[in-house]
Design a protein around this ligand. Structure first.
Ligand code: C5P
Length: 235
């Protein structure tokens, strides 16, 4: 099995991202580029990751009208990213437009990125979900509802927090990709993550890929930390 660890490049600029990738050369095969780094460094950072032979999980969480999201997905496909996030809360039509755009991007000579749904942000408390976002369903039901909608619209998977991964795996079956952040090996601190799973626990609960940031990129020796984490995953 290939590596199932995605290293989150949660850094403010391209130079820092490059220094992390230098340290992890040959060991990390997939990097997550999120809105902080992408906004600072632009599409060039995706090309820089690809130039090193690694794959990109572009985590920009698109959420807009269908035409706009379709355009953004096409742009991402042209950059040759492997995984891309969109908000399931954008609705079925928005997700279908994204799926079509991903397929078209593949036909245009880029690769067809796999689309992952973001359901409910885990930073939202139950009270905020109800009173501020106006969500009628209890949070776990809302997460399942949106993940099912995403699967029906043709998305390949979802981002699942450690508290959601088992229920989503049971509800959505084997072929739906689940990408799980909030991973902490026993030897790493928790940082600001409230609910965490160890790498092996997350894989056993049904995660396909683990997103890991600070336990690797903020470690005194990032390469040793990733090596240890991969050994724990058995990959
Ligand atoms: O440093 P750490 O391992 O906590 O990084 C995890 C990454 O996953 C960060 O990029 C964070 O934004 C992202 N993430 C998360 N929890 C979620 C969704 C995404 O930690 N529920």
């Amino acid at each position: 099995m290939g590596t199932r660890v995605i290293v989150a490049l949660d850094v403010p600029d391209a130079a820092l991202a490059a220094s992390i990738m230098d340290r992890l050369a040959g060991l990390a095969r997939l990097y997550k580029v999120g809105s902080q780094l992408f906004t600072a460094a632009g599409p060039e950072i995706v090309r820089a990751v690809r130039a090193r032979g690694a794959e990109v999980f572009l985590d920009l969480k698109f959420h807009d009208i269908p035409t706009t999201v379709a355009g953004a997905v096409r742009s991402a496909a042209a950059l040759d990213v492997a995984l891309l996030t969109i908000h399931a809360a954008g609705g079925r039509e928005m997700m279908s437009a994204a799926v079509e755009a991903a397929a078209a991007g593949g036909r245009d000579g880029g690769r067809r990125p796999k689309l992952l749904a973001v359901t409910v942000l885990t930073s939202l408390t139950a009270a905020a979900a109800r009173e501020e976002a106006g969500l009628a369903r209890p949070l776990p039901e809302q997460v399942l509802h949106l993940a099912r909608l995403a699967k029906a619209a043709g998305l390949e998977g979802a981002v699942a927090s450690p508290q959601e991964v088992r229920a989503l795996r049971e509800a959505l079956g084997k072929s739906f990709l689940l990408v799980t952040p909030g991973i902490r090996p026993n030897w790493a601190g928790r940082d600001d993550q409230a609910r965490v799973l160890a790498p092996r626990e997350a894989l056993d609960a049904g995660a396909d890929y683990l997103v890991v940031g600070r336990p690797i990129v903020a470690a005194p020796d990032p390469r040793a930390a990733l090596d240890r984490l991969l050994a724990e995953c058995g990959s």
